[in-house]
Write a protein that binds this ligand. Structure first.
Ligand code: GLA
Length: 385
């Protein structure tokens, strides 16, 4: 389903389920991350951007005392009341319910509403479908209530909702990547002071593609939290030895003390230091349009995510190892939280079709699963239609 078909479907579903077309339509993109993985919650650097896959929400005032939500992806309507506690089990339901409670507490929702949400973002594979869902839901309600939040406040609110609803402790990569994106630009975010620079995403003759391994990852159930805690422990250990304010102040000399005594923490810290440097290196290579070097940094990043940060999985390692042998594949790596999900790859257009058919065949032979390909366009952040 393309963007226009999605918007039309949301309009029609709103009419079918709730008897009227939406008063407001919000369209929210998915995000990818070019480089800078697991650095956001460590005051580090990342380079995300929004892509051509979307979540669409249509909202309208209602006179019913319950809030009604239709999910296009699950083809289901749920109802709830902001003043009554309910235990929802499914992720989209928990997100919507928690969002309503938190917005109501902060801004007082003085109207009821019907909302339809759905999209073409693959769910649970590292493209921030949950974040896009929350942003669509929250931004729709705020628009209906005529509440204007700054982009930063919207990101903070949505991050709080997602972490509260799912019991996760993620950083701000997904929210910033979606909310602050501009067409054909990569964001270079410094999470120490939240400064954002924009870099041109132009890659004439080359394509960025995402490959979905179809190994599902559930962030709340994964070892993501362990990684967050390991980084906090690393910081506390090093703080007793050095004058540091955050993980960002840690350097190679400092972590050399941990190499023998605490190999796991050493590995995690080494990944963070190297990954921040990789973001800066890719920034330079983008400025010099040196695609080969961009690719080689992606390969380094994958090796680090696999061996030092330990967030990869066999299926994705297989895909990357196979790709290393393929002509025209400049580089790639596991993307997002990890433990499954997608890879992001940079490929020479001349070899793209051949590469795709080979990986489809090989991966299918090995794991009996067909990967999905997403050819990326960089389309900018949220839009009110
Ligand atoms: C997930 C989290 C982000 C970030 C990435 C890893 O996508 O939601 O905050 O930590 O993992 O870079």
């Amino acid at each position: 389903m393309n963007k226009k078909q999605l918007i039309d479907t949301i309009k029609l579903q709103s009419k079918d389920n709730f008897g009227k077309f939406p008063d407001q339509i919000i369209i929210t993109p998915a995000r990818v991350n070019i480089i800078g993985e697991h650095t956001d919650y460590n005051q580090g650097l990342s380079m995300p951007t929004a892509i051509n896959y979307w979540m669409c929400a249509g909202i309208s005032h209602s006179s019913s005392k319950n809030i009604r939500l239709y999910s296009l992806n699950f083809d289901k309507v749920i109802e709830f009341n902001k003043n009554k506690r309910i235990q929802f089990k499914e992720v989209w339901q928990k997100l919507a319910y928690e969002a309503t409670l938190i917005i109501n507490k902060k801004y007082h929702i003085n109207t009821s509403f019907n909302i339809s949400i759905g999209g073409n973002i693959p769910i649970g594979c590292g493209l921030s479908s949950s974040t896009a869902f929350v942003i669509s839901f929250v931004y729709s309600i705020l628009s209906l209530l005529s509440i204007n939040l700054s982009k930063m406040d919207l990101a903070i609110l949505c991050n709080k909702i997602e972490n509260k609803a799912l019991g996760t402790s993620t950083g701000f990569l997904d929210q910033y990547g979606i909310i602050f994106s501009k067409p054909n630009q990569f964001l270079l975010i410094d999470f120490r002071d939240d400064k954002i620079q924009y870099l041109p995403s132009i890659t004439t003759g080359y394509s960025w593609i995402v490959i979905n391994s179809k190994i599902n990852r559930e962030l709340s159930l994964s070892e993501y939290k362990d990684r967050v805690n390991e980084c906090i422990s690393g910081f506390h250990i090093l703080k007793t030895m050095f004058d540091i304010q955050s993980i960002r102040d840690i350097n190679f000399n400092m972590i050399s003390h941990l190499k023998e005594k605490n190999r796991i923490i050493y590995n995690r810290m080494k990944h963070i230091i190297d990954e921040n440097n990789r973001v800066l290196r890719i920034k330079n290579y983008i400025n010099n349009t040196d695609y080969k070097k961009i690719g080689s940094v992606l390969i380094e990043s994958h090796e680090s995510l696999k061996s030092l940060y330990e967030v990869s999985c066999d299926e994705i390692d297989y895909m990357i190892n196979f790709s290393l042998e393929q002509e025209g594949w400049l580089g790639g790596r596991i993307m997002g939280g990890g433990f499954g999900g997608c890879t992001i790859n940079l490929i020479d257009n001349k070899y793209l079709a051949d590469y795709k058919s080979k990986i489809l065949y090989e991966y299918n032979c090995k794991f009996n699963v067909e990967v999905d390909f997403m050819n990326l366009k960089f389309c900018g952040g949220i839009q009110k239609i």
